[in-house]
Design a protein around this ligand. Sequence first.
Ligand SMILES: Nc1ncnc2c1ncn2[C@@H]1O[C@H](COP(=O)(O)OP(=O)(O)OP(=O)(O)O)[C@@H](O)[C@H]1O
Ligand SMILES: [Mg+2]
Length: 351
Amino acid sequence: MSYIQLDQVTKRFGAVKAVDSLNLGIEQGECVAMLGPSGCGKTTTLRMVAGFEDLDDGEIRVGERIISSRRKRFYLPPENRNFGMVFQAFAVWPHLSVFENVAFPLRIRKLPKAEIEARTEEALRHTNLWAVADGSPDDLSGGGKQRVALARALAIRPDVMLLDEPLSSLDPHFREEMRFEIKDLQRRFGFSILYVTHDQSEAMALADRLMVMRLGVVQQVGTPLEIYGAPANRFVFEFIGLSSFLKVALRDGKMDVGGTAYAPPSPPPEALIAEGGAWLAARPNEISFTSEGGVGCVVERKAYLGEVIDYRVRVGDAEVRVQKTRRDPGPAVGEACGLIFERPRWYPLEG
Ligand SMILES: Nc1ncnc2c1ncn2[C@@H]1O[C@H](COP(=O)(O)OP(=O)(O)OP(=O)(O)O)[C@@H](O)[C@H]1O
Ligand SMILES: [Mg+2]
């Protein structure tokens, strides 16, 4: 059993199932990032772990302790959960100094004065805020304010950090820097992290494992490599990374795309052949150009992105994204050629 365990966790808002029978285990010191489109239930999940939302079904445990259970009608209030929390909005109190912002939750907990001062100083030093401890958080940049929120969460010495898009209101430059800082603090303090983000590269950089959600339902949980390399379904494949989809007719082991017959290197599953059609999906770097055969296409756009050449290629009424390294000059704009799908993936037309 994992350190944090969510079992069959469910939350409804009226007719909406915001979170539907969610199971997730998080190990001690592990970072799990929740990813998914807007409204898929990420914040609701985090708020249930934090204790700001009750559960309509299921149970949440940390270590040996149940913290929320619908069946047992048990609910530990947030202030007794020892979780640190940082949200997207800069939740700092402008009328309090940076020091007092960080010390505040410790004062609420009525810790001894010396302990409050020691912990606050430690948290401020670890977040590079000690020099501005007496100043107002209003004089800090967005990154600085978010650091105050992080220091406040650290000072309580949390077992778990709950972070809901903590970096999304920061400039891209600060965002990347703060990623490293969060990772560094985690290593030093050893807490677990449940992290919500829209930003895939942030999730990939920070998390040991990702959880992809859609409409309140978990689609896949796995390492970034597993999610990217072996997506559980079409939704995950499309949501993570770049991809293209072609609607194909399947007949006699051949596929027909916009009038071109093509024999793919690996055949589609029998079930899809029986259906007579499927989606062919591919990553941009798993497609190559050929002057003979392949799926007929015309290059519409070609852009140099540093080391990579990015192509937009027309196949019938669909657009396919292809990426090649600079060393592989490839066809010119307007050129008709063929596409070879090196690693085709097949998904049913329905669903
Ligand atoms: N307090 C509430 N009352 C009614 N419906 C709610 C409430 N909170 C969330 N919802 C609904 O629950 C679903 C999940 O919302 P949630 O905020 O968890 O999504 P999210 O994944 O965090 O989205 P975003 O990426 O936009 O932050 C949505 O359909 C949302 O409208
Ligand atoms: Mg949210």
